[in-house]
Write a protein that binds this ligand. Structure first.
Ligand SMILES: Nc1nc2c(ncn2[C@@H]2O[C@H](COP(=O)(O)OP(=O)(O)O)[C@@H](O)[C@H]2O)c(=O)[nH]1
Ligand SMILES: [Mg+2]
Ligand SMILES: [Zn+2]
Length: 297
């Protein structure tokens, strides 16, 4: 039988050493090596949009499109949406962590969605009280129960056409949500690894799982290490979208909204127009970043 060489565009859905699993537009997945000049580490990573030549069920990555974003942990390209997952109970929600993940997402210029999971464990009023500040900040908020299938269909619709990654503490329900969004998600991950004949390996490689029309979700949590490195504290206020509509009223440009005179953000908190909890947690994070920044050398 003649071996036909085809040229395709696709997306790298898993990358292990020099073996890249590429999903093609027709639904096939092919195992690819990289063309010579793309053999260096990091030249082709999970999430990359690539051009491949395919012969049978094997291929060669010929080209990599410029990345719109790149995360370090896990190593993944072109993520556009961070999905912050926090349980409403068991374990109790850490809004401090929600805010930190949102700050990181804003810093990476990702869209962010906030999911409060385990809505089955709390009263509706409680769920509203906890989630309202995030809706007010402009984030899409979803109240879900992964185990009872509540809210997961709506979340799935909003993730279609996006490349997203779940972030949040252990126990929040990330794996359960992933399985509710993509039936058999945990099994499919194992499947991809199996093709590479690595069996159960201790190293976990991030994979993208298909979700709806050209939507992809990473199967491993993002932003697990919440270090802000040597972030300049002056960059922090701009990462709070809920502050934005007030900052023009601050007397000083570059106002850190702490003890400066005529601060419109502080004023908005006092008037109840800005969530006091968000603001208090902002001040704590600002202080932490300042201390780290002063010690950076
Ligand atoms: N009651 C309740 N339990 C849930 C829900 N989602 C997940 N869980 C449970 O919470 C625990 C942690 O879930 P898991 O998906 O492993 O969390 P992960 O660590 O974020 O991946 C498991 O025992 C799940 O069965 C939910 O919506 N409601
Ligand atoms: Mg998990
Ligand atoms: Zn201010």
């Amino acid at each position: 039988m003649a071996r036909v060489m085809e040229k395709w565009c696709g997306r790298v859905i898993q990358s292990v050493g020099d073996y890249h699993t590429v999903a093609l537009a027709d639904g096939r997945s092919v195992l690819c090596r990289a063309r010579g000049r793309l053999k260096r580490q990091g030249a082709v990573i999970t999430g990359d949009r690539v051009t491949v030549t395919v012969v049978g069920d094997e291929g060669v990555v010929e080209d990599v499109e410029p990345r719109t974003s790149q995360l370090i942990r896990p190593v993944i390209a072109n993520v556009d949406t961070a999905v912050v997952v926090m349980s409403l109970a068991r374990p109790d929600p850490s809004l401090d962590l929600v805010d930190r993940i949102l700050v990181m997402a804003e810093r990476e210029k990702l869209d962010a969605i906030v999911v409060f999971n385990k809505v089955d464990l709390v009263q509706e009023a409680e769920a509203q009280r906890i989630s309202a500040p995030y809706s007010q900040a402009g984030y899409p908020v979803f109240l879900t129960s992964a185990s009872q299938g509540v809210g997961t269909e709506r979340l799935k619709e909003s993730l279609a056409g996006r490349v997203s990654i779940l972030a949040g503490p252990s126990g929040a329900g990330k794996s359960s949500l992933l399985n509710a969004l993509i039936p058999g998600a945990s099994l499919r991950t194992a499947d991809v690894s199996h093709k590479l004949q690595r069996g159960r390996h201790t190293t976990r490689h991030v994979s993208l799982l298909p979700l709806g029309e050209d939507g992809w979700v990473a199967d491993s949590p993002g932003f697990s290490a919440l270090s802000f490195g040597a972030m300049d504290p002056r960059d922090l206020p701009a990462l709070y979208p809920d502050f934005a509509r007030f900052t023009e009223g601050c007397r000083f440009t570059g106002c850190l909204h702490r003890s400066e005179p005529d601060c419109a953000v502080r004023e908005a908190v006092e008037q109840g127009e800005l969530d006091e909890g968000r603001y208090r947690r902002y001040l704590r994070l600002l202080h932490e970043i300042e201390v780290a920044f002063e010690r950076r050398y």
